[in-house]
Design a protein around this ligand. Structure first.
Ligand code: GLU
Length: 445
C-alpha cells in the first residue's frame, strides 16, 4: 500500500466513511476513541509494536512517571473563596528534564494532561532536544476571570506545584489559555519563594524579564518552515499557495502572518466565534491590527463570514487546524479538500479521521513534528536564561528553521523506508529515541 503519493491529487470524496476504507484499516476506524489519552495510548501501542519494544520497557514508556493533583482556594473579586483544581504530570525523564506547557481551560482533566505530557516526550525526542515531556493544567475559564483573579489563581497554582517544578527538573511554558504574562507571574512567585530571580523556571516569558526573542512567534513560524520544506521535498510550487487557518490565537495568528510573509494566500481564518473567508487572500497584517482592537476576527471588512465547520472544508492547498483537539473527525474528514493538513494544535485529528485522510491522499503533518517550533525555542530560551546570555532574533529563527527542516526529513525519510504515514513515522522516531536513551542509562538500582 502506498501511504502517500505526492503525484496523485488529494481526492476528498463526500461518500468516504469507515466502510470504504482499505480492509486493513476498517477495524480501527470503527473503534470509539473518545479521549486524547486513549488516542495517545493507541498511538503508542502501534509504534511500540512496529519497534518491537520489550513488553516491560513498553509498559514503562506508556505510563506517566509522576502525577500531581492540587486543589486550592482563590479569593474572587466579589469576596467569595472558590476552590480550583490543577494538575502537573511528568511523563518521562529518560532524555532530560521534563518540559511542557500549562493549559487553562474548563475541560482540562487528568487524562488530557497525561496525553499532552506523553506527546511532549515524543515531540522533544523527534526534534532531538534534551527534554522529557510534562504538562500542566488548571480547570478554569480564563475569559471569565478578572486580571486580578487570574493572577491570584496563577500564583497559588505555581505555589502548589512548586515542589514539582525547577530549572533543572521540570520547566513549564504557555499552552492554550495561558500567555507570557502568566509565565511572568509563575517566574515571580517561584523567585519570591527562593529569594532571588530564577528566570530558567519557565519559558515563554516576556522578553523584558529574560524571555527569548522569537519565542512568541516560534510555533507559527515552525509550522510554516515545515510546510515549505514538504513542498520543496515533493517538488511542488510553493509560490502563492492558498492557506486556511483555524484559530487566531498565538499559534494561528503567527502561522497566518508567516504564511503571508512567505508569499502564500491566506484565504480564511477563524476564532471561537467563527471564520472569515476571502478567496483572493486576506490582508493578515491589517487583520492582526483589527484583532488587537476588537479581540475577534468577526466584523473584519476584507472578507465574508463563514462558520468554523465550513472553514475546515474549504478547497485549499494547506489547512492548519490551530485551535484545539478533535476538530477533524470521522464526520468531516471525508470533506476535507486540502492537499496538506499541518497540525498546529495538539491532537486536532482523530485516529478515524487520519485513516480517511490517508485514503484520500491528504498528507497530514502531525502535531508532534509540525508544532514543535514552540518547544524548540523554549529550549533556546532556557539555555539563554541559564547562561544569562541573549541571542539575536535572527539567530533564534535560523536555528529554529534548521531544526524543523532536519526533523521533517528525519520523519519523512523514515516514513519512506518503513512505508509508514508521517504520524506513525514521527511516533516511531520519537519513541525509538526515548527507548534507546532508557536502555543506555540502564535500570536503577
Ligand atoms: N505548549 C507548547 C507545546 O505544546 C510549548 C511547550 C514548551 O514550550 O515547553 O508544545
Amino acid at each position: 500500500m502506498t501511504i502517500f503519493d505526492p503525484l496523485r491529487p488529494s481526492s476528498a470524496s463526500p461518500a468516504t466513511n469507515g466502510a470504504e476504507l482499505p480492509t486493513l484499516l476498517q477495524g480501527r476506524a470503527t473503534e470509539k476513541r473518545e479521549s486524547a489519552y486513549a488516542t495517545a495510548l493507541a498511538q503508542f501501542d502501534r509504534a511500540a509494536q512496529i519497534l518491537n519494544l520489550d513488553p516491560g520497557l513498553a509498559d514503562t514508556l506508556r505510563s506517566c512517571k509522576r502525577e500531581l493533583t492540587v486543589n486550592f482556594p482563590v479569593k474572587m473579586d466579589n469576596g467569595e473563596v472558590r476552590r480550583f483544581t490543577g494538575y502537573r504530570v511528568h511523563h518521562n525523564t529518560a532524555r532530560g528534564p521534563t518540559k511542557g506547557g500549562i493549559r487553562y481551560a474548563p475541560t482540562v482533566d487528568l487524562d488530557e494532561v497525561r496525553a499532552l505530557a506523553m506527546w511532549m516526550t515524543w515531540k522533544c525526542a523527534i526534534v532531538n532536544i534534551p527534554y522529557g515531556g510534562a504538562k500542566g493544567g488548571v480547570v478554569c475559564n480564563p475569559k471569565e476571570l478578572s486580571p486580578r483573579e487570574l493572577e491570584g489563581l496563577t500564583r497559588r497554582y505555581a505555589t502548589e506545584i512548586s515542589p514539582f517544578i525547577s530549572p533543572e527538573g521540570d520547566i513549564p511554558a504557555p499552552d492554550m489559555g495561558t500567555n507570557p504574562q502568566i509565565m511572568a507571574w509563575i517566574m515571580d512567585t517561584y523567585s519570591m519563594h527562593r529569594g532571588y530571580s530564577v528566570p530558567a523556571i519557565v519559558t515563554g516569558k516576556p522578553i523584558n524579564i529574560g524571555g527569548s526573542a522569537g519565542r512568541f512567534e516560534a510555533t507559527g513560524r515552525g509550522i510554516m518552515f515545515t510546510v515549505r520544506e514538504a513542498y520543496r521535498t515533493f517538488g511542488w510550487d510553493f509560490d502563492g499557495i492558498s492557506v486556511v487557518v483555524q484559530g487566531f490565537g498565538n499559534v494561528g495568528s503567527i502561522t497566518a502572518q508567516t504564511a503571508h510573509e512567505m508569499g502564500c494566500r491566506v484565504i480564511a481564518v477563524s476564532d471561537v466565534e467563527g471564520g472569515i473567508y476571502n478567496p483572493r487572500g486576506i490582508d493578515i497584517p491589517r487583520l492582526r491590527r483589527y484583532m488587537r482592537e476588537h479581540s475577534t476576527v468577526q466584523g473584519f471588512d476584507g472578507a465574508d463570514k463563514i462558520t468554523n465547520a465550513e472553514l475546515l472544508e474549504l478547497p485549499c492547498d494547506v489547512l492548519v487546524p490551530a485551535a484545539m483537539e478533535n476538530q477533524i473527525t470521522h464526520a468531516n474528514a471525508g470533506r476535507i479538500k486540502a492537499r496538506i493538513v499541518a497540525e498546529g494544535a495538539n491532537g486536532p485529528t482523530t485516529p478515524e479521521a487520519d485513516e480517511i485522510l490517508m485514503a484520500n491522499n491528504v498528507l497530514v503533518i502531525p502535531d508532534i513534528l509540525c508544532n514543535a517550533g514552540g518547544v524548540v525555542v523554549s529550549y533556546f530560551e532556557w539555555v539563554q536564561s541559564l547562561q544569562q546570555l541573549f541571542w539575536e532574533e535572527d539567530d533564534v529563527t535560523h536555528r529554529l528553521e534548521r531544526i524543523m527542516v532536519r526533523s521533517f526529513h528525519d520523519v519523512y525519510e523514515q516514513s519512506i523506508r518503513m512505508n509508514l504515514d508521517l504520524r506513525t513515522s514521527a511516533l516511531v522516531l520519537g519513541i525509538g529515541r526515548v527507548a534507546e536513551a532508557t536502555q543506555t542509562r540502564g535500570l536503577y538500582p
